[in-house]
Design a protein around this ligand. Sequence first.
Ligand SMILES: C[S@@+](CC[C@H](N)C(=O)[O-])C[C@H]1O[C@@H](n2cnc3c(N)ncnc32)[C@H](O)[C@@H]1O
Length: 277
Amino acid sequence: MMKQLLAINASRIVNSILLLIGLVFFKPLAYFVALMMFFAGLTNYCLMEKILQRFGFQNTCSTMAGQAEMQVYDAKTHWEKVYQTKKSNEVSWYQEKPKTSLKLIGEIGLDKNSEIIDVGAGDSKLVDNLLDLGFKNITVLDISPTALNRAKKRLGNQMKSVKWVVSDLRAFETKDRYDLWHDRAVLHFLTEEEDISKYAEKVKQLLKPNGYLIVSAFSENGPKRCSGLDIKQYSEHSIKKIFSGLEHIKSFEEEHATPWGARQIFICSVLRKGGKK
Ligand SMILES: C[S@@+](CC[C@H](N)C(=O)[O-])C[C@H]1O[C@@H](n2cnc3c(N)ncnc32)[C@H](O)[C@@H]1O
C-alpha cells in the first residue's frame, strides 16, 4: 500500500523537492525549475513510472487515466479514457504479437470455421493474426468503442469479416455459442465475487460442447494493481476452482515485459467444456 501511494505521488513529490531546492539555493532559477517540472509532471508521467519501476516498484502499471479513475470506478468511462489518452504501445499490456495465445490456439487445433470470441480484446493484434491464419468466425468484444475502432482502422477492409461487439462483458448476452473463449488480462479486473462467478457461468453457458477457454490473468506473483485499478490475482488452484465444471488441461506462469521493461507474471490456463458435439 505504501509503495502504491509513493508510486502514485512520486511525480508530485519530486517536483516539490526540486522547487524547494530551487527556492533555497537558486532563487533566479526557481520559477524556471518549477515551470519545467510542472510540464514534465504533466506530460511525462510515464518517465517517472519507468524510473520507479527500475527501483523495484514493478507492481504498478498505472496510467494517467487510471489515476483519475481511482476514486469511482465506472468501467466504460475508465477504459474509454485509457484508449483516448494512450497509444497502443503505451499501455502495459501491449504485445506486438500475442505469441502465447497463438501458440495455445495452435495446440488446440481448431477448425478454421470455429467460432472464436476474444473478450476484453481492446485493440489487441490477436484478431489480425487469427484472420491471417484463416479463421473465419471471429468475434471481438470490448467495453471501449475507441479500442475497437482502433483495431478496425488497423485492419482496413478485413474488419468486415469480424463481428465487433461493444459491451460490458458482465452484461453480454448472445445466442451465439463458441468453440473458443479467449481472455487475456480481463478476468483479473473483476474483483467482486458475484461478477467472477457470473463470468464463469457465462463462459460455461456460451461455450459449445468440447469448446475451449484460454484465460490469462495476473498470477499471485504478478502485479497487484493495473491501470490504476485493483485487480484479483490468480493461481492454477483458483482458476480451477472458479471454472470448476470445465476440464483443466494446463496452466503455466508466463512473464510479460511491458513496453517500458517492467516484468509482470501471468498465469495462463487452458480448459475445456465436456459433452458431446
Ligand atoms: C488489460 S486490457 C487487455 C486487452 C487485450 N486483451 C490484450 O491482451 O491486449 C483489458 C481490456 O479489457 C477491457 N475491459 C475491462 N473491463 C471490461 C468489461 N467489464 N467488459 C468488457 N471489456 C472490459 C478493457 O477495455 C481493455 O481493453
